[in-house]
Design a protein around this ligand. Structure first.
Ligand SMILES: [Zn+2]
Length: 298
């Protein structure tokens, strides 16, 4: 009779010699069975690799604990790949390229405003020159047209003509000042324009490279997540709950191997008395590292 109390399952999965064979709930390879729904009677099963209780206890070779270690390896890989995806070097490179572009734009902005003000002032002064030139022509017409003959009036026109010439020269000088002010601004704006083109090119390259890296890292993460899901199937529910709780509390590592007297989770030596107790424990007993509390596979 099956000690698990499920005679049907026992009968379906064990022959008269108590050897495993594929029953309706068992794995396709009874000799390498790690399926918790496979062999339901590890104590009577003669295949040392096959037995796994549905409650998480394992058969003679600690298959379930191998499964949880494999799951841990998968989870660690998934964690690493997720971290890599979040911290791809290309993200920092793209951010640096965007910042460099923004710095050029930030410098270009006020310079363009300043250059526009210079251009506006130059246009205003050129307009003043044109106005003064028109007035000069008008005064010249009066002066030399013959309509004005009175000496005092002619003298007044001559004086006005002189004043207008002075104003014309002053406005033309001011136009030159504005043109001189524009020269270094134009040079700097042209240089920044070239720099902006280069920075924009660098941003495009960084974006394209990041996209390639994200695609590759996402594919690796997807593969690893798939492997993790397959590995999780082999870990019984109760053990999984314990493992997941430990993983959350202990920095992502919930299970570790015992190598010699050292826990590979915390890398501490387990004291002799506790180690002796661990060694004496049945292979299917859930044992936690006395130092770090992780599931110990031994
Ligand atoms: Zn430990």
């Amino acid at each position: 009779m099956c000690p698990d109390g499920d005679a049907d399952v026992f009968e379906q999965t064990h022959d008269h010699d108590d050897r495993c064979f594929p029953g309706p709930h068992s794995c396709p390879d009874p000799h390498g069975c790690t399926d918790p729904h496979g062999c339901t009677d590890p104590d009577r099963c003669t295949d040392p690799d096959s037995a796994t209780h549905s409650d998480g206890r394992t058969g003679r070779r600690g298959v379930t604990f191998d499964a949880v270690i494999h799951l841990q390896e998968c989870d660690t890989l998934v964690d690493q790949l997720r971290h890599r995806l979040e911290h791809l070097p290309g993200k920092a490179e793209l951010a640096a390229a965007v910042a460099a572009e923004a710095a050029v734009v930030a410098e270009l902005g006020p310079l363009s405003v300043e250059r526009a003000a210079v251009a506006a002032e130059q246009r205003r002064l050129e307009h003043e020159v044109t106005t003064v030139e028109a007035k000069i022509e008008h005064v010249k017409d009066q002066l030399y047209g013959g309509a004005v003959v009175a000496p005092k009036e002619l003298e007044a026109l001559q004086h006005e003509l002189g004043t207008l010439h002075d104003r014309q020269v002053a406005f033309e000088d001011d136009v030159l000042v504005q043109m001189e002010a524009a020269e270094p601004l134009d040079a700097r704006i042209a240089a920044l324009g070239e720099a902006l083109e280069e920075r924009r090119g660098e941003v495009s390259v960084a974006e394209a490279e990041l996209e390639v890296a994200v695609t590759a890292a996402t594919a690796m993460l997807s593969d690893a997540t798939g492997d993790r899901e397959l590995a999780a199937v082999n870990v019984p529910e109760e053990l999984m709950a314990a493992y997941e709780g430990l993983r959350r509390r202990l920095g992502g590592v919930g299970a570790a191997r015992l190598e010699g007297s050292r826990c590979l989770g915390c890398h501490l030596e387990i004291p002799a008395a506790e180690l002796a107790a661990i060694r004496k424990a049945p292979p299917d007993e859930l044992v936690l590292c006395p130092e770090c509390g992780r599931i110990l596979a031994r």
